[in-house]
Design a protein around this ligand. Structure first.
Ligand SMILES: NC(=O)c1ccc[n+]([C@@H]2O[C@H](COP(=O)([O-])OP(=O)(O)OC[C@H]3O[C@@H](n4cnc5c(N)ncnc54)[C@H](OP(=O)(O)O)[C@@H]3O)[C@@H](O)[C@H]2O)c1
Length: 265
């Protein structure tokens, strides 16, 4: 039986992925900060709910050692994360540190905890949920963009570093998913940036973004099972549209597009 280890499986995409893999005959380690939130998953066959906060290095190493001793895993899905939006100058140092600690360092730590095990067995797949924000500069979202771009860079770097050991890395980059993410996003606001923020939102037509957790979980499942050497999966029509636009304009061209966008025109 194939086994997957998932972070942030209490809700949203992580939970949808846990359910999808389980229903396809996988054994699932569904990890979450509070196992109280895992009651529905606990009742299902072949799902083990474990406590894990990705900002706690000791806990990560303990949980990784436990599942490795328990039979090991084939796939590690780094999914845990939350949103932090707003102008960079409006955000407290604490908010920035916590964002990078969770969305970037959490992925690095969890991945690192499983590398020696995958290296020794010469087999393994790491997959991380990043975001369209890991591929393009989503407006007025610089710290989250930095965390997700960092994960993209980390996994692309590991694709070289771990290739000798038959370890594959992939990222899945969704646009917007209808989930608790919107309720949990931290937002810094400043009047001085309102027109910039609104121009950015209109240029990207964010209101048309609407993938479900189940749709993105299906893309994660495809990425895990398709056997392809493919670093990145741009997930959802919204993300694909914007990423293609960015590719067609180039880096400077896309920033110029956002800066010059005329909501009236
Ligand atoms: N929703 C979107 O629009 C969107 C778009 C692009 C990418 N993404 C990415 O997709 C992933 C899943 O998000 P989602 O939409 O499913 O949001 P969600 O429903 O809010 O789920 C986020 C999950 O991450 C967990 N989490 C947060 N901090 C954690 C920590 N320190 N340690 C362990 N788990 C932690 C949450 O746990 P608790 O229940 O304990 O809070 C929850 O299980 C995230 O990486 C997010 O950045 C989301």
């Amino acid at each position: 039986m194939k086994t997957i280890f998932i972070t942030g499986a209490s809700t949203g995409l992580g939970k949808a992925a846990a359910l999808l893999f389980q229903s396809n005959g996988w054994k699932v380690y569904a990890t979450m900060r509070s196992t109280e939130k895992g009651k529905e998953l606990m009742d299902l066959d072949n799902i083990n709910v474990l406590e894990l906060d990705v900002t706690k290095p000791e806990q990560i190493n303990e949980v990784a050692a436990k599942v490795i001793a328990d039979g090991g895993v084939d796939v590690v899905l780094n999914n845990a994360g939350y949103g932090l939006a707003g102008p960079a100058e409006s955000l407290e140092d604490e908010q920035i540190v916590e964002q990078l600690n969770t969305n970037l360092l959490g992925v690095i730590r969890v991945t690192k905890a499983f590398i020696p095990y995958f290296r020794e067995k010469k087999d393994g797949l790491f997959i991380a949920v990043t975001s369209l924000a890991g591929l393009i500069p989503v407006p007025v979202n610089s710290i989250y963009n930095t965390a997700k771009t960092g994960v993209e860079a980390f996994y692309e770097s590991l694709a070289f570093e771990l290739d000798n050991f038959n370890i594959v890395t992939k990222t899945v980059s969704p646009g917007i998913i209808k989930s608790a993410f919107r309720d949990n996003v931290q937002v810094g606001l400043m009047d001085e940036y309102m027109s910039t923020f609104q121009r950015g939102m209109q240029a990207m037509a964010f209101d048309t973004f609407d993938s479900t957790s189940e749709e993105i979980a299906a893309i994660v499942y495809e990425a895990v099972t398709d056997g392809k050497r493919q670093l990145n999966y741009v997930a959802g029509a919204d993300a694909q549209r914007h990423y293609e636009h960015r590719l067609s304009l180039g880096r400077q061209g896309y920033v110029d597009y956002l800066n010059d966008y005329d909501p009236e025109g």
